[in-house]
Design a protein around this ligand. Sequence first.
Ligand SMILES: [Ca+2]
Length: 340
Amino acid sequence: MGNVGKSSETKQPVAAEDKPNLGNGTAATTTENMEKPSETKDEIPKSMPPDLWQTCWSGSCFDFTQDAWVNLGHSRQFEYGKAYQAWYAKTKGLNLDKIVEKNGARFEFRLIPPGKFWMGSNDAVVQKIKEFWRKNNFGNYDETRHRVLISKPFYIGKTEVTQAQWQAAMGNDPPDAPYCKNVGKDAPIENVSWEHCQKFCQKAKGLCLPTEAQWEYACRGGVTAAYCFDDSESEVGDYAWYSNSTTHPVGQKQANAWGVYDMHGNVWEWCQDYYGDYAESADLSGIAENPAGPQKGSLRVSRGGSWHDRDGDCRAALRGGNETRRRYGNLGARLVLSDH
Ligand SMILES: [Ca+2]
């Protein structure tokens, strides 16, 4: 994980109604609210061109690997990806947002509709990365591009797990967290190991770490670029905290197409999978269905880059790996609902 370069950042406060609503709750019940499913069903997502829909809709999920999709401009992908999510929620009677209270803490989750997507980077990007990493003496993490099917909808945390949410369940375990001081209770948890995250999920039943494939799919929101919006490194600061001196309260930057915050930057996020080359766990010539990583390994995956890293380390396809007991001040977690 690099600590390279400095970049200026442009803070882009989001509209009040779009900000995730964080904080402690006291009830111990699950609440589902926000948008009620409509009685009427749209045949296709609003704003989606009919020919594009006919090409990419399989009858059960959207295929983001079709050339007709890949060849769209990234701003169109962002717009139509958002439209597909809204359409899916409406037609399937699912809530876009789901609020869950566990151990006195309130979590907000966002619906991720099913789909097929390109996981990883194309050959040109992979070559560029390998050259950069070779020069900087980094590890070599496989980003080979391949098709993945996420066959079922799922709910992922709108934000990284916060200090307040962690402490409600875990108290002072680990005892000397956090590494980043004086950022407040809405700062993301960091300095937690993968093992700590497993303990957290045992206490907060129904929550778990995402698979690596779920993470990248949710990060992209249908966008096939290096980041969730485009390839432009000059815009990363609109969506991510990076090349900085500390963490920041979650949800302050712009959300991706599916309404999820800080997938790029702030803190790296543990995933459930062992790290391994994709050839170990995915079908590189066909399609990998709901891949969950290799059966064994020595490292667990982390994703998304952090406040400590350069912009390029926050890319959607970039992979990190750490031993399960390791703790760093730029490594935290985001959860998914396991019982949906
Ligand atoms: Ca993050």
